[in-house]
Write a protein that binds this ligand. Sequence first.
Ligand SMILES: Cc1cc2nc3c(=O)[nH]c(=O)nc-3n(C[C@H](O)[C@H](O)[C@H](O)COP(=O)(O)OP(=O)(O)OC[C@H]3O[C@@H](n4cnc5c(N)ncnc54)[C@H](O)[C@@H]3O)c2cc1C
Length: 396
Amino acid sequence: MDENNYDVIIAGAGPAGTTAATLLAQYGHRVLLIERGQHPRFHVGESMLPKSDSVMKRLGIAWEKGNLKKGGADFIDEATGRSTFFPLKGKYRTFQVERSVFDKRLFDNAVQHGVEAHQLEKVTLVKCRADSVQIETDKAQYQGRYFIDATGRDTLMGRQHKSIDKITHLGKFALYKHYKLAHSIASEALFATGNAKVLLCDIGWIWCFPITEGRVSIGLVVQKETPRKLKQEALFDHYIQGSPYISELLAGSEDLLGLITEADFSYQNTQRYGQRFACCGDAAGFLDPVFSSGFYFALKTAERIADQLHKGLVEGIEAEPDLQQSGDEFFQSGFKTVYLMIERFYCSNLVQNLFFEADREQKIKQDIVAILAGDLWSEGNRFQQGLLRGRNVKSK
Ligand SMILES: Cc1cc2nc3c(=O)[nH]c(=O)nc-3n(C[C@H](O)[C@H](O)[C@H](O)COP(=O)(O)OP(=O)(O)OC[C@H]3O[C@@H](n4cnc5c(N)ncnc54)[C@H](O)[C@@H]3O)c2cc1C
């Protein structure tokens, strides 16, 4: 066996890359996973969706271990005093994780399943040919039967193909910090429920996710022009201090990381697959942090690609450019629902017009919970049907 020759080569060992790698190794394929950084590495994206559960089971990851149970999602408008809560329980059980710890766990799990993993190695060029793929890194060259791009927002193949379409009307940039909370009634209540909180503000919204052991992730997502020319730190402080709830929660807290900024995060990769390659997770597209769908889509796209690729490798048809077409179409139908929901969130007051009204009709509330849980491919969801038909889905 040529030691630099693999069935599948994957760039990026985030949740998408490690999921694809583990599943393909479980099928018995020889997999090389190449990661530019080194685990544990910091990553934003701590709030998970319940429908990730089936993938976690396939990976053999007991995600309830060491992670905080997420009770549900609170949407709050402090300016008007209105709020609503969407519970996540029973079949919709989920968690909030410290990504540096959890991503390392997924990575170690991939290695335990027989994946060959290289860290501190960057993929620099991918050549997909009719007979093989050739991969160049900053350290070596490899050959494989198939390449999976799981490089996240680096979008290696998207940049190579110039196939990234920016989406400009969703969140524009995010500013966030991790804090260690002081003991208080507010912090105790937050950790007792494990609820993710979305607080509306005039330029966008604020997230507040309890993670574990008093650690909390708080971020400001800006969508509208900022009213004042404030520098980022001052802008963050202005909105954090403007929220009575967050101010109370952060009293006596310790800032653990300093301010982090992420910008231009909404895009779609229009060339998600082709001859001997496919893109999963953020490398295929990312919408917006608001409904915490990124990690879930990373897992689901990786799973779909790995299952389809396994069949292709067994049948020797992995070079067919359309190998991933039907799976991609199926996936895009679910992705569209979340896209439309996010668009309504920013452009037509979804929370005020529908979420706050949904308590009046339990069926609509349940339908919204299902979509917030990532249950995107079930029949008979009226909220989803309304979104897809372009209707204003009022509860009455
Ligand atoms: C502000 C913000 C808040 C968010 N909050 C949430 C949330 O609460 N919940 C949620 O589910 N999602 C959230 N997300 C999205 C979530 O973080 C991502 O969707 C998720 O991490 C995608 O996983 P991935 O594996 O595709 O990419 P990543 O997790 O980014 O992993 C990609 C990996 O590829 C490596 N890499 C990059 N280039 C190369 C290269 N050339 N060679 C080798 N390796 C390379 C990187 O080092 C990285 O480890 C948020 C996103 C943003 C921007």
